[in-house]
Ligand binder design. Sequence first.
Ligand SMILES: [Zn+2]
Length: 97
Amino acid sequence: MHCTTQGYCYPNVISCDASKEFPSRAVHAEANAIAQAAKHGISTDGASSYVTLEPCISCLKLVVSAGIREVYYETTFNKGNNAALCNSFVEEGLVLN
Ligand SMILES: [Zn+2]
């Protein structure tokens, strides 16, 4: 279930990070997809990922660790040192498009 269907992470907040008191309960899409694959016994080794937004660094590291070889996205997200880290993954063989 997507959090927006139940009113984000907590009642009466207007976005995932709107609560200054409580941490977000959200899981990034890539982490959720990898966890769901594991839960259902589906190998991600050699798989491709299709997302709308470039994975954040934490998710990209999960993607690499899960053996996903290709990542396709529409919109860039990472900047500066994070973009450089993404490029290092590409140089080491992960395909980011
Ligand atoms: Zn992420």
